[in-house]
Design a protein around this ligand. Structure first.
Ligand code: 4AZ
Length: 249
């Protein structure tokens, strides 16, 4: 996260970190992710580009705050299944969305507590609802120099799509969201290591909804190249289908 602040422990209880397991080199943080119910975690498809989709190679850590200290509520689990959107192609950035299933029975995989809880999905079908102004990105990714050890947060404004269209051309599509700093005085952006993590926006009644998945962009914190996010509202049916269909054996 560029231009962010240290978060407060427990403020973003849906934040998950995704790790690559390695016995020789120690586990290695790869991506952010978001808990969306007791059994499912939403992240970016490109997180699996390098090391594949064998769930046994990964760990997810819930309730984490400081990556190198043991927090009272943190828990590491291995995912049971990884589902990558079938239209995702590793050469591009379209359909950059994936779901991870945790082990457990029917809606009963992890217990929620003040440090582990699910984010809401956006309400379906209210396209006309006014654009939320307050959105927050969170992650342990690159700051100005290195990965952060504590969970960082940053407020980012959602930008009109034409701003990303203008910069990125055809690569920016209606299944993406554009967000970032408006002025060059304060650079605010997501960056490498944050991807897969949440962009949440606060709606009526103070309810936070998972509006975007941190996905890509040209560099980080460059005011002329905003960050690009997977537009979660376009994938509600896909999410529902994956979660509610029996696993293929
Ligand atoms: C990345 O490499 C990445 N500035 C994530 C987000 C952004 C750029 C790169 C957006 O995962």
């Amino acid at each position: 996260i560029i231009g962010g602040d240290k978060s407060i422990r427990g403020d973003w209880p849906w934040q998950v970190s995704l790790w690559l397991k390695s016995q020789s080199k120690g586990n290695h943080p790869l991506c952010g992710a978001t808990l969306i119910n007791s059994c499912w975690i939403l992240t970016a498809a490109h997180c699996f580009k390098r090391f594949g989709k064998d769930p046994s190679r990964y760990l997810v850590r819930l309730g984490d705050y400081h990556t190198e200290e043991r927090d009272d509520f943190e828990r590491s689990l291995s995912p049971e299944r990884i589902v990558i959107h079938r239209r995702y192609h590793s050469q591009g950035w379209e359909y950059d969305i994936a779901l991870l299933r945790l082990r457990g029975t029917e809606g009963n995989c992890v217990a929620f507590n003040p440090h582990t809880n699910a984010a809401c999905l956006p309400a379906p079908g209210n396209k006309s609802a006014k654009r939320p102004s307050a959105c927050v990105i969170t992650g342990w990714g690159i700051t100005d120099s290195e990965y952060s050890r504590t969970l960082l947060q940053a407020w980012v404004p959602l930008l009109p799509s034409w701003k990303c269209k203008k910069r990125y051309g055809e690569r920016y599509t209606s299944r993406m969201l554009c967000a970032g700093s408006l002025s060059d005085r304060r650079r605010v952006d997501s960056c490498q290591g944050d991807s897969g993590g949440p962009l949440v926006c606060q709606g009526e009644g103070g309810r936070w909804a998972l509006t975007g998945v941190i996905s890509w962009g040209h560099g980080c914190g460059d005011p002329s190249f905003p960050g690009v996010y997977t537009r979660v509202s376009r994938f509600l049916r896909w999410i529902d289908q994956v979660i509610n269909s029996p696993p293929m054996i």
